[in-house]
Design a protein around this ligand. Structure first.
Ligand SMILES: NC(=O)c1ccc[n+]([C@@H]2O[C@H](COP(=O)([O-])OP(=O)(O)OC[C@H]3O[C@@H](n4cnc5c(N)ncnc54)[C@H](O)[C@@H]3O)[C@@H](O)[C@H]2O)c1
Ligand SMILES: O=C(O)[C@H](O)CO
Length: 463
């Protein structure tokens, strides 16, 4: 096993915590140091660490690890962590398809993730007109049905796509990822990258009526598959920004999204403009047939693996735009390359890429196990196609989000090591990111808390 160089913080700390990568900001290191941890950050230049590399980092004594979505966190690593005395792990990602949670359960190791949400800091001016006369209720809440707020807060709702408290819309969603999906949508629809290449190649010799003609978004239909936190945020951006109509498919109803579009449609109507509309589709196929733009935001599991395949691509409009900022294997990339070749007016924007090797599907698990070596590879031909915009998995790459993810991952591990309970709502994690006041004494987001029987913290903002 290779021995790697590590940077050590708080050498005398009582718990040994390893981070497999340096992460942005300092708040996360401080959080671990404050919790009495000795922090060892792997400084290897190797981008993706193998299981053997990580075994070497865990060594014979390790209390907790912060890992990355590129790593295979399965039986081998969890049993090694357990053997080394560890009981806390956190992915620095909201998606955890690279983690075999059942293996972690078996070894009693808590698995954290980082659903970073950002407070909506402004009320859109259009919402002001909906504030009931004499009421102090926030205008946004006034336009959203109370039932939607209740649903979002409900314990029984397994998929809470917004974070609210009883009187304020607490800001929602994973805006950073949704913004990149919107950027990919625009880049693909308006051929921004092709046009940029053309300029840089010195090919522009004057305006022409047919030069890089693309698609207008306004008034078109945007389709969302997976209308959770990110899917709903993206939908709102496309509705408010481009007056697009929404069709969505999710296993669950998104009342919040529906009410938002209805309210915005009413506002447009009151201004004499054409209202936007929404529709909940009964299948992914319905979305694919009807939408001009389709953006994929589901989790990756057995139900979404190769959700977009040859057959479903053929159902889409010939000039549609397809965006994927979820996980690569949601699309059969070989089928996509063929489709792009045959349909030059069909465009894609991709932040994530499919596995180079075949996936390991475990029959008895609801999750895919070991989806890690999917990037940096692209399927043959994809990189040469002008109708594909490709970026290297940067959807969450804003400073605020990446620093927040690092802090949440650290607090998941630090909280577990200190014996703290888990936070009552993993969608409301902003109190953990406030640099000016101490973080709540809880683990922000532990995905296997229930199975491990971990105690849940009371729903107060500071403890
Ligand atoms: N590209 C990036 O950098 C990046 C960043 C963040 C998240 N992600 C990916 O995006 C995913 C979604 O993140 P989120 O925070 O919005 O999660 P979320 O849990 O809030 O939303 C996922 C939604 O997918 C829905 N879903 C599950 N199975 C489905 C199916 N078969 N068909 C349709 N919908 C289905 C769920 O009901 C849920 O509403 C993550 O799991 C992660 O893989 C990628
Ligand atoms: O799942 C996540 O959080 C992302 O893919 C990281 O950007």
């Amino acid at each position: 096993m290779a021995a790697y160089s590590v940077q050590v913080f708080n050498a005398g700390g009582k718990f040994r915590v390893v981070s497999t990568k340096p992460m942005p900001g300092n708040q996360w290191i401080q959080a671990l140091v404050n919790a009495g941890c000795r922090v060892e950050v792997c400084t290897s230049q190797k981008t993706i660490l193998s299981v053997e590399d990580i075994l070497s980092l865990i060594g014979s004594r390790c209390d907790g690890v912060i890992g990355q979505l590129t790593e295979e966190w399965g039986e081998t690593l969890f049993s090694a962590l357990k053997k080394a005395g560890g009981h806390a792990f956190s992915n620095m990602a909201v998606g955890y398809n690279n983690v075999d949670v059942e293996a972690a359960n078996k070894h009693g190791i808590a698995v954290g993730n980082t659903p970073v949400t950002k407070c909506l800091s402004h009320v859109p001016s259009w919402a002001e007109s909906f504030r009931p006369a004499g009421s102090s209720i926030s205008p946004l809440n006034a336009v959203l049905h109370k039932s939607a707020l209740k649903e979002a807060e409900s314990e029984t709702s397994q998929r809470i796509e917004m974070t609210v408290d009883s009187c304020n819309l607490r800001g929602v969603l994973t805006e950073t990822t949704a913004e990149l999906a919107a950027a990919l949508t625009l880049s693909a629809a308006r051929r921004v990258v092709e046009a940029d290449d053309f300029m840089r190649a010195g090919k522009y010799d004057g305006w022409l009526p047919n030069l890089f003609v693309g698609n207008l978004l306004k008034g078109q239909t945007v389709g969302i598959i997976g209308a959770g936190r990110i899917g709903s945020a993206y939908a709102r951006m496309m509705v408010e920004g481009f007056k697009m109509n929404v069709i969505y498919y999710d296993l669950y109803q998104s009342k919040f999204l529906e009410n938002f579009v209805t309210a915005y449609g009413n506002f447009l109507k009151s201004q004499g403009e054409t209202p936007v509309t929404w529709k909940r589709a009964s299948s992914a196929e319905e979305v694919l047939r009807e939408a001009d733009v389709v953006s994929l935001h589901p989790v990756l599991d057995k139900t979404t693996y190769h959700l977009i395949n040859k057959e479903r691509l053929s159902m889409m409009k010939k000039e549609a735009v397809l965006v994927n900022a979820s996980r690569g294997p949601v699309i059969d990339e070989v089928a996509l390359v063929e489709h792009l070749k045959v349909n030059p007016m069909f465009r894609v924007g991709l932040d994530v890429f499919e596995a180079w090797e075949s996936q390991c599907l475990r029959a008895d698990s609801p999750t895919l196990v070991m989806i890690t070596q999917d990037e940096p590879y692209m399927k043959p031909g994809l990189g040469e196609l002008p109708n594909a915009v490709v970026v290297p998995h940067i959807a969450s790459a804003s400073k605020w989000t990446r620093e927040g993810m690092a802090t949440l991952a650290a607090l998941n591990v630090a909280g577990k090591l200190q014996g703290f309970p888990v936070w009552h709502n993993s969608n409301m994690v902003l109190p953990f990111l406030d640099e000016n006041s101490p973080a709540p004494k809880a683990c922000p987001s532990i995905v296997n808390a229930k199975v491990l029987g971990l105690q849940v913290a009371a729903p107060v903002s500071k403890m």
